[in-house]
Design a protein around this ligand. Structure first.
Ligand SMILES: [Zn+2]
Length: 462
């Protein structure tokens, strides 16, 4: 399995530190607003990587932080005139709901920054003790001069750096061109939350949060750190500096970064009217699984151009997979399986996994799946139930990586239909005949006819 490592700018064979296990950290949301679909591209990509690691038989320990204190969250609470925790809790809840909607596997831990202030304070103390940090006007800064590796991740030529001593950054975010000493601890300001520390009351900078929380849950040295390309500088560069100086060892072995998403070939912006949150798309009636399909369907190191046409096409591709699933579940022919079925499955699985092992070549992997669907559709009329069972198991193994079939498709056909019948009965009891009729029509469209009999509702295939 090979990944493109941002740190070395090379494709590298993935070798976990501990055999069979992966320590994975992904930068989570700053909970001051609803994430846009560009943010979700990163989260869905990270989910694809994690699912593929699981598919490959590795055990993954996944930590995703929640940034619930930083410049943006404080500003938002100030604008609304409500306590910080009230603002952040609202967006934390919304974020988790979106993760479920997009079928993103939950992380093992979602540490919140405000619950880890003592860890951050002790990390900053250690950097001060070791001479990598200094105090200035009540704040604490990291001295980038003291870390020769500074700039490696973002590929900054150290020779071109300005003498940094005089200038510092108080903001959490700034450009690569403005590289300077960055803030670890921001001295107490009126109206801002603050915590006690030996080096003065204040609050953490954004970057130290991820160093402290990853270290706590994954140790000082772990396997994979992911995020969007906009995290490379300054956030991840600064995480490396803080962590490696405090611990005296390599922080992370593999850094993977997902490219931006653009909409209609333009940068997403509220003023252009092309800014979408997941809720916006759902309100327009978009299928969340089609959104997920679209977000994973482009290679992660390429720009993804989101358009409603491409979303429609994603929905069509997804429908092909769902129809395939449905056709297979409808096969009840007795008899032994055709040996060719197992051969086709083995070849398709090898191709699918081989493409993903090549730096997540998703087009190749999806191509292998659709090739297999085409070949199997040609054989469909001759298939026995025993073939269908094998093919379904294979399809659902692939879906454990893609995650594009929702819970309904993960169940056997009978269970899906019985569930729908139950929903329809409940709707009828509630005198919601519109919904009951809609369920009947939905099943009819899939070739299932409902019959109301004295013994209750029965169903048959058309
Ligand atoms: Zn982070």
């Amino acid at each position: 399995m090979k990944f493109y490592n941002t740190l070395t700018r090379r494709l590298e064979e993935f070798r976990p530190i501990e055999k069979g296990k992966v320590g994975l950290y992904t930068c989570g949301p700053t909970v001051y607003d609803y994430p846009h679909i560009g943010n979700y591209r990163s989260y869905v990509f990270e989910d694809l990587v994690k699912r593929f690691l699981l598919f490959a038989g590795l055990r993954v320990h996944h930590v995703m932080n929640i940034t619930d204190i930083d410049d943006k969250t404080i500003r938002k609470a100030g604008e609304l005139g409500v306590p910080l925790a009230e603002v952040t809790q609202k967006y934390i809840d919304a974020f988790h709901a979106d993760l479920r909607t997009l079928n993103i596997l939950p992380a093992d831990v979602y540490p919140r920054a405000t619950a880890h202030i003592p860890e951050m304070v002790s990390l900053i103390s250690s950097l001060l003790d070791k001479g990598f940090a200094y105090e200035k006007d009540g704040s604490v800064y990291f001295s980038i001069e003291r870390f020769p590796g500074y700039g490696r991740l973002a590929n900054i030529e150290r020779g071109n750096l300005k003498p940094a001593a005089a200038a510092t950054h108080d903001a959490d975010e700034y450009e690569k061109e403005a590289v300077q000493d960055f803030v670890l601890w921001k001295g107490k300001k009126p109206g801002e939350p603050y915590w006690p520390a030996a080096f003065g009351e204040g609050r953490p900078g954004w970057h130290i949060e991820c160093s402290a929380m990853s270290m706590k849950y994954l140790g000082p040295h772990f396997d994979i750190h992911m995020g969007g390309v906009d995290n490379i500088f300054p956030h991840h560069e600064n995480e490396i500096a803080q962590s490696e100086c405090a611990n005296g060892m390599t922080f992370v072995n593999y850094w993977l970064h997902c490219q931006h998403l653009i909409v209609d070939n333009k940068k997403m912006s509220k003023s252009l009217g092309n800014f979408h949150t997941l809720a916006d798309l759902l309100q327009r009636g978009c299928d969340p699984m089609a959104v997920r399909y679209l977000l994973i369907s482009a290679h992660y190191r390429k720009l993804l151009n989101f358009t409603f046409d491409s979303l429609e096409m994603a929905g069509q591709a997804l429908a092909r997979i769902k129809n395939f699933d449905f056709s297979l579940k409808s096969i009840h022919n007795p008899g032994e399986a055709d040996p060719e079925t197992a051969g086709l499955i083995a070849a398709a699985e090898k191709a699918f996994a081989g493409h993903l092992a090549d730096d997540l070549n998703i087009s190749g992997a999806l191509g292998a799946l659709f090739d297999f669907i085409t070949k199997t559709n040609q054989r469909m009329t001759n298939l026995k139930q025993k073939d269908a069972v094998q093919v379904l198991a294979f399809l659902h193994r692939l879906n454990s990586v893609l995650g594009v079939l929702d819970a309904a498709e993960e169940k056997p056909l009978d269970a899906v239909i019985e569930e729908k019948i139950g929903e329809r009965e409940a709707a009828r009891k509630a005198k919601n005949f519109k919904k009951a009729d809609a369920i009947r029509a939905e099943l009819k469209a899939r070739g299932i006819v409902l019959m109301d009999t004295p013994d209750g509702v029965k169903w048959k295939k058309e």
